[in-house]
Write a protein that binds this ligand. Structure first.
Ligand SMILES: CC(C)(COP(=O)(O)OP(=O)(O)OC[C@H]1O[C@@H](n2cnc3c(N)ncnc32)[C@H](O)[C@@H]1OP(=O)(O)O)[C@@H](O)C(=O)NCCC(=O)NCCS
Length: 131
């Protein structure tokens, strides 16, 4: 998970971070050729769930894996009692914005300057989807 994450984000999470998430959150992944190719981490609290991160290894992108993750994880979230799934995405992340818009998420808000980047701050769009 840490390896796929470091392929995908400016501030990667460590293997230790990932181990902690596997203990407390819903972690769902897809293997290709025996290697983890994509995963999502979702926290659940009461009837709400939130995507903490989602990533596909560079070599496995545009093969429908992230869409399969977002659809395939829903039964697990429902088992945890979740009725709605939330997430935040940077305003300039065109790939992720397209993924969410075509996976049944609706934009519900904007958080200016939400992400800190080496090159400055970037706003976020909040999306939600009823499960
Ligand atoms: C965003 C990300 C998870 C998408 O993963 P993926 O497995 O390649 O996505 P999928 O193949 O399931 O794509 C599903 C849809 O998303 C959209 N999409 C995905 N990548 C896209 C891109 N580079 N440009 C435009 N649209 C894109 C398309 O609508 C696509 O459907 P289509 O291929 O039928 O046109 C991946 O690009 C990634 O890991 N990026 C870095 C990490 C990241 O930004 N995570 C999201 C943080 S909010």
């Amino acid at each position: 998970m840490a390896s796929v994450h470091s392929d995908s984000f400016e501030r990667p999470w460590s293997a230790l971070d990932m181990a902690a998430h596997t203990l407390r959150d819903v972690c769902f992944g897809i293997d290709t050729d025996g290697r983890l190719a994509a995963f999502v981490i979702i926290s659940c609290a009461a009837d709400q769930a939130e995507v903490l991160t989602i990533a596909t290894a560079k070599a496995a992108r545009r093969q429908g894996l992230a869409r399969r993750l977002l659809e395939g994880v829903i039964p697990q979230l429902q088992k945890h009692g979740a009725a709605e799934l939330f997430l935040e995405v940077a305003e300039d992340n065109t790939a992720a914005l397209a993924l969410y818009k075509t996976s049944g998420f609706q934009p519900i808000g904007r958080r200016p300057g939400y992400y800190r980047r080496t090159a400055g701050r970037m706003g976020a769009i909040t999306f939600s989807k009823k499960l």
